[in-house]
Write a protein that binds this ligand. Structure first.
Ligand code: SF4
Length: 372
């Protein structure tokens, strides 16, 4: 039987990880640009799903869908894909593909079909699976997040308990290449419960790495309240990045509270100032048009964006209610013309990164300088 992976740029790290997990079981996932016999696997997010749905529906082969959208909406996706891998794929996908090869149609936990779904009976221990093999990916150092930000799919997919890859395993992958980037919901939470930092573990990790390290910048952003003298000294002392990327999301404490962000506007201001004190350029995320944002809240966010732009860089997104999140089904607050004008101006002057008004860019493409 031939197994294929439908190439989608935004899911290339999932491909690298799942390629390696399948390869361990003797299964090769061939890259394809269209559905191909015998089995084609897809990773669906909320932006690519409408475009790929018809392709999957019309595919003349067995189709398997996974990824954040398929996990959140597995019942819908099971109406057009033959199998849906719900949640983590490292163990479940090879198990499913092996069963297909054997002609074994016993239901597999973690796989939904039109006939039903049984929850996965496993949880992935990162050390038990390779970060990647011959397809280079970013090394995922931590998974799961104890926070529950209203717009975020991460804890819905990976749970609230943080798990970490061991220092030895991270070093074994990271040291293969000239420079390394990592995947984490909060890189400064490495080795911890996600709330109480264990900076001594990050220091041990850095000492085990012997190539250029990019940490706390894409795709391992950090949380503002984890930024302090100690974490910044670790970055300036060991890492090649001159930027730190972290989320503010709003300039209003009321909105942050409703979002359950677990930090305040004051934490963001302190983080920006500390970055500047240590010679690091802060890159700060904002979400515009959050559903419970009042006009006054939006003005506060605009004022914080103006201040951040003077001290660093802004990375802004328009709010999207993602499936499976607490804010699913909510409606975005309108964006003032003055807000749109300011963001456009900042983008034009190079102070705003990302494409705040175009979610396709956020989900489909990565900036070329982020490609290792
Ligand atoms: S936005 Fe970050 S901190 Fe918040 S739940 Fe998602 S991963 Fe966790």
């Amino acid at each position: 039987m031939k197994f294929n992976w439908r190439l989608v740029h935004a899911a290339r790290n999932s491909y690298a990880t799942l390629y390696a997990a399948c390869e361990n079981e003797g299964i090769i996932l061939n890259p394809v640009k269209e559905p191909s016999a015998d089995v084609t696997c897809y990773s669906l997010n909320s932006i690519n799903e409408p475009a790929l749905k018809d392709e999957i529906k019309g595919a003349g082969c067995i189709t398997v869908a996974g990824g954040p959208h398929a996990t959140a909406r597995y019942q819908d996706v099971a109406r057009y894909a033959d199998y849906v891998v719900v949640g983590e794929g490292e163990y479940t996908l090879p198990r499913l593909l092996f069963a297909l090869e054997q002609g074994d149609d016993t239901a597999i936990p973690g796989v939904a079909t039109e006939d039903g779904y049984e929850r996965a009976d496993t949880s992935v221990r990162l050390d038990a699976f390779p970060a990647f093999s011959q397809l280079k990916g970013y090394v995922e150092i931590s998974r799961g997040c104890p926070f529950a930000c209203g717009y975020c799919q991460t804890p819905q997919i990976f749970g609230h308990c943080m798990r970490h890859r061991s220092i030895e395993e991270i070093a074994a992958y990271a040291n293969r290449y000239g420079h390394s980037r990592f995947v984490s919901p909060n890189a400064f939470a490495y080795g911890s419960d996600g709330v109480h930092p264990r900076f001594e573990k990050i220091e041990r990790l850095f000492k085990a790495l012997n190539k250029k390290i990019y940490f706390g910048t894409f795709p391992s952003e950090v949380r503002p309240e984890f930024i302090n003298d100690r974490s910044l000294e670790l970055v300036t002392g060991h890492c090649a990045n001159t930027k730190l990327h972290f989320g503010a999301q709003s300039g209003s404490n009321e909105v942050l509270q409703q979002l359950r962000r677990g930090h305040t506007v004051e934490d963001v201001v302190a983080a920006v100032e500390l970055c500047r004190d240590h010679g690091i350029l802060p890159v700060v995320d904002f979400i515009l048009g959050l559903p419970f944002e009042t006009d006054e809240d939006q003005k506060k966010t605009v004022s914080l964006i103006r201040w951040v732009a003077k001290n660093g860089m802004v990375h802004a997104h328009r709010f999207m209610p993602l499936p499976g999140t607490p804010l699913e089904g909510t409606v975005a607050h309108p964006i003032f013309p003055e807000t749109a004008h300011l963001l456009g101006k900042l983008a034009f002057s190079g102070k705003l990164t990302g494409s705040w008004n175009d979610p396709e860019v956020r989900f489909f493409r990565l900036p070329s300088n982020d490609i290792p």
